[in-house]
Write a new protein. Structure first.
Length: 97
């Protein structure tokens, strides 16, 4: 693993708790026992429908200072996917407010 790759992994690990916290707020439910790679659409205690997906995207954009539209609902299908996409956006100079 190169130094840049190791740094990217570290950044993603640092982002993961924040992403989890934001998505818990959107769902109104704890994700403490939810696997990072498990589809949020299968979360049993809350309906992760299209409105909830938009809420999650909006909250993540605000939390990380991204412009509206920087994320798409397809970016937030799992905790891991959301974390990876945010790491990508934040690591490549994504527009922040």
């Amino acid at each position: 693993m190169t130094e840049a790759e190791a740094e990217a992994v570290t950044e993603a690990v640092d982002l993961a708790p924040r992403v989890r916290r934001v998505l818990e707020g959107a769902l109104g439910q704890s994700l403490a026992d939810w696997a990072g790679g498990a589809p949020l659409a299968e979360f049993p205690a809350a309906a992760y429908d299209s409105l909830m997906q938009l809420e999650a995207v909006t909250r993540l954009e605000k939390e990380f200072g991204l412009e509206v539209g920087a994320l798409d609902t397809a970016d937030v299908t799992t905790l891991d996917a959301a974390t990876a996409r945010l790491a990508e956006l934040l690591g490549t100079g994504a527009s922040a407010q």
